[in-house]
Write a protein that binds this ligand. Structure first.
Ligand code: TYM
Length: 329
């Protein structure tokens, strides 16, 4: 039986190789054999204030990146979250069933709000909107990076809680899908922190649209250690282990083979080769991105995707409104 797959990426700049290797790569792999819906989650992006013009550009950038990495609108539904009003509606319904206690335990909220009384309520409710995104489509599988694990767990808890109150057939209880390698790519300047779009140091990440010179600089300057051995050891050699992971997923060579290949060879050569592998993988994505971004078809693709997504969402929303006794239509 084909499964319903749903996932999303926030339209902020600097989409990086962590986003690609942890999430986007899975999106592409899944689209041939499943019923996939991929969203650009713009409502999530406004939990922190955004310049409207930049937000609009970022939405189109992520849409173009989706297509550039290989998503095919003939196979997958690709759309922008705020074009389907069911996301916000279902988020409200779920919020009425989510506990403030469980939301205050979300690590992303704790990190971003830093206990401030003026943290926006949207930042607090963010994981509920994410649960709504997923449950709105009766999704079975959610391909994401490791950092979303807690949010997926909350989604499952909410689905089960509502099902217990309103009937087992209200929501499909989804599962996260995490890759063995690539689910958590670390920052290049600090391999104890995850690679992030918002870190201040641009050399902490490789963005999918970075040119060869920037890729080279970030890899050559990346933090390693001083023992000179190319060995996978997350605890004692987090920097080298992170580079090995990136090398392995971009090249398709198992980490154990890379360790053998680089036995007795220094970090310089290893890093130089990794620059080549990474540049080689990103160049075609960058080229396709430029073409797609300049073509006039992107907006039509997104409008068509929104229509199809809305149809799928309405099926679930009618069922949910009915279960809760909402509306009279
Ligand atoms: P976002 O936009 O921060 O990240 C998009 C995807 O990239 C993954 N990711 C990583 N994977 C490996 N290594 C990293 N360093 C790394 N950094 C990010 C994320 O896990 C994610 O899969 N809340 C989500 C967006 C969202 C969503 C959803 C996802 C909203 N609604 C519904 C799935 C289903 C987020 O902020 O992702």
């Amino acid at each position: 039986m084909t499964k319903r797959v749903f996932s999303g990426v926030q339209p902020t700049g600097n989409i990086h190789i962590g986003n690609y290797l942890g999430a986007l790569k899975q999106f592409v792999q899944l689209q041939d054999d499943n019923d996939c819906i991929y969203c650009i989650v713009d409502l999530h992006a406004i939990t922190v204030p955004k310049d409207p013009k930049i937000l609009r550009e970022n939405i189109l950038d992520v849409a173009a990146l989706y297509l550039a990495v290989g998503l095919d609108p003939e196979k997958s539904i690709i759309f922008v979250q705020s074009d389907v009003s069911g996301h916000a509606e279902l988020a409200w319904i779920l919020m009425c069933n989510a506990y403030t206690g469980e939301l205050s335990r979300m690590t992303q909220f704790k990190d971003k709000s830093r206990n401030s009384e003026s943290a926006p309520t949207g930042l607090f409710a963010y994981p509920v909107l994410m649960a709504a995104d997923i449950l709105l489509y009766d999704s079975d599988v959610v391909p994401v990076g490791n950092d979303q694990k807690q949010h997926i767990e909350l989604t499952r808890d909410l689905a089960i809680r509502v099902n217990n109150k309103y009937g087992d057939d209200t929501f499909v209880v989804p599962e996260g899908r995490f890759l063995k390698e690539g689910a958590r790519i670390m920052a290049l300047d600090d391999p104890t922190a995850k690679m992030s779009k918002s870190a201040e140091n641009p050399l902490s990440r490789i963005s999918l649209l970075d040119d060869d010179a920037k890729i080279k600089k970030a890899i050559m300057k990346s933090t390693t250690d001083s023992d000179g051995l190319i060995r996978f050891d997350l605890e004692n050699k987090p920097g080298v282990s992170n580079l090995l992971t990136i090398y392995s997923v971009f090249s398709g060579t198992p980490i154990a083979d890379l360790e053998k290949q680089y036995e007795g060879i220094g970090y310089g050569t290893f890093k130089n080769d990794l620059v080549e592998v990474t540049s080689g993988a990103l160049a075609p994505i960058r080229k396709r991105f430029e073409e797609i971004r300049l073509s006039g078809e992107l907006i039509d693709t997104l409008k068509d995707g929104a229509e199809r997504a809305n149809e799928a969402a309405e099926i679930v929303m009618r069922r949910v409104r009915n279960k809760f006794g909402l509306g009279v239509r």
